[in-house]
Design a protein around this ligand. Structure first.
Ligand code: ADP
Ligand code: MG
Length: 699
């Protein structure tokens, strides 16, 4: 980065050592560059003032008013000292208050002079007041500068005069200095093609805008720049990992695959399943390492895709592993794979934390000798003692529970890394996926197997409980089974546990023995008990499964046709969607009943409405992204990448796609960024990558 941008912030007029320290601590602003990257989050039109009488009704909202100071008075002593001023216009009077900095504020204010005042209206006693307003003499406001930027700040900064207006002042001092000091960091032809403002002009207009149109153009340019460098970084990582890591070559589909396909395939594959298998197949025969994410909504048929790919690996003389996040899921996968592959000349085993030691020993030695071709399991698979003879493919189900570090661990199982196929049922909006999994290739199973009936989803309140129970009884009478799910959130585990117990008791009363059998499963149970209860339900011995979200992922009971979700307002959208995916797996019409309390936040309402309205996982993911933002959506994992200053992955989708496309074109032409015209791209990237872990080494 150039010297000007790196200038420490205390060199700026108006920033002494004290303010500099605060800017560093509170906002991470160390240099001119950082200050210039502290973008306004909105703009106020300076030419619009509310009459004071009207402003007084806008409690808590920031308002802009103008008026004369008609009195100024200091009262109280020491810590209780305060300064109050009366500001008057033709419509009314409002009180301005200062509790801090009185020493230097008082002398700067003049009676009977007209001021522009900006701040939040609050009631103080029975008076309308604005505390610590931004205040400026009308005379000194710049009538040409119609739009006033509003910056985020903190209370501490505010007390040192660096609320939004104070930060604006700093930028007003800095902006005139930036002329010809801001090096361009995008290729000139790209700037021309997209008709972008120069970097310098964009920075000027974002902080010191002439008009709304220029704000829009400035923000477009800066967002594009941010997304472009993010995508460039991701694509480079991917490129590095491809080059560094040769992969196993699966030359042919193999006899095993063919035998299965011709003799054992239980149904016609959907065209989406076929396409995804072709994509994987193409990856695995090229000689480089595959790192692919398969997204497919619940029930889209990922298991069979996993099996077919593992059969290709085995047919080519390699071993394959399938890793699931929980014991129950590993067990289900093991069962369905064993069933599907019946009659094939292969050995499939399951390894988990609860495997008995004799069994474990046998599995480990068979694995090392290559007698065992497919291993299914939980995290136990990545323990150091697990040695494969030649692991060629790893399928990871429900990726969101496996971090990058765990994926990396898998790699150490071989000299060459096995191909990695990650399967997730959490649909992620495409633009977000591009960014979060920018270093993975993505396949999407965007089609459900034929004949699925849409699940009827309805929202109920507590008062409807009797009719909900009545409905459950009628379904059970038809031979169906029912899930009743309670939330379980770490912070209030005991409370939730009590809710679950109470719910279980209420259900046991309303659904008495011996007519009704009820299972219960929750996280505080021993895993044997849990599995026993689960098994009873899976086998149809119990009618109702009362559970926490442990059943959220993967569990398959086709005969279950009703999903009742208690306190549905407390679940996130993707969780609700996952839960609903547990029903509608058989031939029967299925139902999802969302029970909530009467008081619902706006967001909860939106979540429930979305659930009732659609069953499309991608549509749901888009709403989820809007509601929660990308960071929350993915948890903390990799969210560092999402620390964007101006772009927003939720709302700037098209720009993400554009940035990725442009970054790709540049890398296709100049993969190492060594051409003259791309040198500053390289430099800018080097700066951006400073202090980040070396990603090329992991995934
Ligand atoms: P998920 O993607 O949620 O893991 P599964 O692999 O468990 O989905 O498949 C859900 C159900 O759909 C299973 O019962 C499976 O046998 C069935 N299935 C998968 N693919 C097809 C298909 N092409 N045609 C009919 N049924 C299918
Ligand atoms: Mg599955």
């Amino acid at each position: 980065m150039n010297a000007f941008l790196q200038t420490p912030i205390e060199f700026l007029k108006g920033v002494g050592p004290q303010r500099a320290e605060l800017l560093r601590k509170e906002l991470g602003i160390y240099s001119y560059h950082d200050l210039l990257s502290h973008f306004p989050f909105r703009y106020v039109d300076r030419s619009v003032y509310l009459p004071i009488a009207m402003a007084a009704r806008e409690l808590q909202a920031p308002v802009q008013i103008r008026g004369r100071l008609t009195s100024l008075e200091i009262s109280g002593k020491g810590r209780h000292q305060r300064l109050s001023g009366r500001l008057q216009d033709a419509s009314g009077i409002i009180e301005l208050l200062w509790f801090q900095g009185i020493k230097w504020i008082r002398p700067s204010l003049k009676l009977n002079v007209e001021y522009q005042v900006y701040g939040k209206i609050k009631m103080y006693g029975n008076k309308c007041t604005i505390a610590h307003p931004e205040i400026q003499e009308m005379e000194q406001t710049d009538p040409n500068k119609g739009l006033k930027p509003v910056y985020s700040s903190t209370e501490k900064l505010g007390s040192k005069g660096l609320h939004s207006r104070g930060i604006e002042k700093l930028l007003t001092a800095l902006i005139p200095q930036i002329e010809r000091k801001i090096p361009e960091n995008l290729p000139l032809d790209l700037i021309r093609d997209l008709n972008l403002l120069s970097r310098e002009e964009a920075l000027r207009q974002i902080h010191y805008p002439k008009n709304q149109e220029l704000i829009n153009r400035a923000s477009y340019r800066l967002k594009f720049e941010e997304l472009f460098f993010l995508q460039l970084e991701l694509l480079l990582r991917k490129q590095v990992s491809l080059k560094k890591n040769e992969g196993f070559v699966f030359d042919e589909v193999g006899a095993l695959f063919m035998q299965f396909y011709e003799e054992h395939l239980p149904f016609e594959l959907t065209s989406a399943q076929k396409r995804v298998i072709r994509e994987i197949r193409a990856d695995c025969k090229q000689g480089f390492h595959m790192n692919r994410l398969v997204q497919g909504d619940v029930g889209s048929g990922k298991t069979i895709v996993a099996l077919l790919c593992m059969l290709i690996a085995v047919g080519n003389g390699y071993q394959a592993a399938l890793m699931a996040p929980t014991e129950i899921l590993a067990q289900q996968h093991f069962e369905s794979l064993s069933e599907l592959s019946q009659g094939l000349p292969i050995e499939i085993r399951k390894l988990s934390g609860s495997s008995k030691s004799a069994e474990r020993k046998e599995i480990l030695s068979d694995l090392a000798e290559g007698k065992l071709q497919i291993l299914v399991g939980t995290h136990a698979l990545i323990e150091d003692r697990v040695r494969f003879q030649n692991l060629g493919l790893v399928v990871i189900d429900e990726q969101h529970r496996f971090g990058v570090a765990q994926r990396a661990k898998l790699w150490k199982k071989n000299k060459r890394p096995p191909h990695v196929l990650v399967m997730t049922a959490t649909p992620i909006p495409r633009t977000l996926a591009m960014t979060l999994y920018g270093d993975l290739d993505i396949s999407v199973i965007d089609e459900l197997p034929p004949g699925r009936k849409p699940i009827t989803t309805k929202h109920f309140f507590e008062k409807d409980r009797l009719s909900v129970f009545g409905f459950m009884k009628r379904e059970i009478a038809k031979g169906r089974q029912v899930y009743v799910v309670y939330p379980l959130i770490a912070e209030s585990e005991t409370l939730d546990y009590n809710n679950l117990q109470e719910g279980f008791e209420a259900i046991s009363r309303s659904f008495p023995l011996p007519e009704y059998q009820v299972s219960i499963v929750h996280g505080q149970m021993k895993s044997e008990v849990k599995e026993f209860e689960m098994k009873r339900f899976v086998e149809g011995q119990t009618h109702i499964m009362v559970a926490t979200t442990v059943i959220e992922v993967g569990v398959n009971v086709p005969n279950a046709s009703v999903m009742v979700i208690e306190s549905a307002e407390r679940f996130g959208l993707s969780q609700l969607h996952q839960l609903r995916g547990r029903v509608g797996r058989g031939a029967e019409q299925s139902y999802c009943m969302l029970m909530t309390g009467n008081k619902l936040s706006k967001e909860s309402k939106k979540r429930l409405e979305t659930m009732v309205k659609t069953q499309d996982g991608f549509e749901i993911a888009e709403v989820d992204l809007e509601l929660r933002g990308p960071g929350d959506l993915m948890g903390t994992q990799q969210s560092g990448d999402l620390d964007l200053k101006i772009a927003n992955l939720a709302t700037d989708g098209p720009l993400v796609a554009l940035a990725r496309q442009k970054a790709r074109l540049i890398l296709e032409d100049d993969p190492e960024l060594i051409q003259e015209k791309n040198l500053f791209l390289r430099e800018h990237l080097a700066q951006q990558l400073k202090g980040k872990p070396n990603w090329s080494k992991i995934s």
